[in-house]
Design a protein around this ligand. Sequence first.
Ligand SMILES: [Zn+2]
Length: 240
Amino acid sequence: MVDFAAISPHLNIRISPKAKRLALRLDSHAGCINLVIPHKSSMKKAYEFAQLNQSWIIDKIGSLPSPVPFIDEQTLTLMGKEHKIKIEICDRKYTEIKVIDGKIRVKTQLDDPSSRISRFLRKLAETELKKIADQKAAILERKLTGFCVRDMKSRWGSCSTDGRMTLSWRLIFAPYHAMDYVVSHETAHLIHANHGKKFWELCSSLSTDYSTGKEWMRLNGVNLGKYGKSPSHLQKNPEE
Ligand SMILES: [Zn+2]
């Protein structure tokens, strides 16, 4: 039997009816490498392919940013400002979380409130991103007909010309100008469904610092996935 985990514990096997050839793809959000195997290919051949590319796999996994778990004393950037998580374990029925004076104060009886903190930050992201999106839409004398935040993998947002906007909740961890750029980009799609010259002119006029924000997202956007992952995340095989 072939043991893929021996090549790397971060290797995921994906058997694909559509794929034409063997391929290795980095999933930086999940912190793993997907080995895409065409339906007709043999496991032995796939194993040899992965083995041949083992150093590439190790290099790619090693280049991923360290996870930033939501634990006590962790510092996070929220809307461009540093905040420290302060967890106070106490005897109370419900976990209470507040953002005050550069701190995310958590009062809880849970040993690990990280999923509560994650839910709280997601809600905060939704409120804050919607506020910015509404303001920008108002400049264009348009209204959003729908708004939600999600965990998006391959892009940071989407917006249809009928006014439904979806943004990645992880934008809350980006500097303000980068977050502002992505919201401006999606808002500009209320008017232009393409990425033509007029679209970019409008996007630029809606942004506070368009070129810096765009460049920051290009260079660092992919790293936003590190927030909220546990330190053991990269140790595990994501399929297990
Ligand atoms: Zn776009």
